[in-house]
Design a protein around this ligand. Structure first.
Ligand SMILES: Nc1ncnc2c1ncn2[C@@H]1O[C@H](COP(=O)(O)OP(=O)(O)OP(=O)(O)O)[C@@H](O)[C@H]1O
Ligand SMILES: [Mg+2]
Length: 213
């Protein structure tokens, strides 16, 4: 029997891979990192020189995921799929889609400190501010399957435990975070200018790939 998928989404840098690894340990489930999968299996249609990122071929990713999900089983109940477009998982395979959210000022600071350029750090901070991953999730899946967790200043171990509780108890969760109410967008720029080196950034090359469309 195929596994049920626990999808973990969120803006680049929010902590998806860190949390997914802990969840995988607790549930004895494998993790598919979508960025790694796309590169390893060449599931892209093009390379954007300017943005230094691959253009993901969604149809190829979906096909590959279907194969991996159907092969999963053999004593395993769950498969974890993580990436900033984890909503790509087919509705019928999806148990739950958790969108990790973070105070966008904290994210900008973290990306700057990781060496990302001011432009890329700000771009991702703005995506988080606007809740892009959440709205993508809600476009693809019913509300009952979409959860949010605010990971700002949270220990990844505790975040992982929250995800396991959500999966095990099947409690209903509602999307609830809207940074635009509590944060002035100018603070993102202020944070970026404070923490990012203006001309030493990696220009987001670590992000690897982006979804088409
Ligand atoms: N809860 C946390 N608190 C503080 N730092 C964290 C937390 N979670 C992750 N980090 C750190 O933030 C960085 C990004 O984490 P991680 O690679 O897990 O994010 P990601 O969402 O998978 O990013 P990407 O989209 O680039 O793959 C790492 O240096 C990690 O150690
Ligand atoms: Mg990651």
């Amino acid at each position: 029997m195929a596994c049920r998928v626990i999808a973990i989404s969120g803006t680049p840098g929010v902590g998806k891979s860190t949390v997914a690894k802990i969840v995988s340990r607790i549930l004895n489930a494998e993790v598919i990192d979508l960025s790694e999968l796309v590169l390893k299996r060449h599931l892209y249609s093009d390379y954007d020189e300017k943005r230094k990122s691959y253009i993901v071929d969604e149809a190829l990713v979906k096909k590959e995921l279907r194969t991996l999900i159907s092969r999963c089983g053999d004593g395993k109940e769950y498969l974890i799929v993580e990436g900033h477009y984890a909503e790509i998982v087919d509705e019928k395979d999806l148990e739950i889609l958790v969108v990790l959210r973070i105070d966008p000022r904290e994210l900008v600071k973290r990306l700057c400190i990781r060496g990302w350029s001011l432009e890329k750090s700000l771009e991702n901070g703005e995506a988080e501010y606007l809740g892009i991953c959440l709205s993508n999730a809600l476009e693809e899946h019913p509300r009952e399957k979409v959860c949010e967790i605010d990971v700002t200043r949270e220990d990844p171990e505790l975040v992982a435990k929250r995800i396991v509780d959500l999966v095990r108890s099947r409690v209903k969760c509602e999307p609830y975070i809207d940074w635009t109410i509590s944060i002035d967008p100018r603070e993102l720029w202020e944070t970026a200018t404070k923490y990012c080196a203006r001309d030493m950034g990696k220009d987001g090359e670590t992000r690897g790939e982006e979804k088409k469309g």
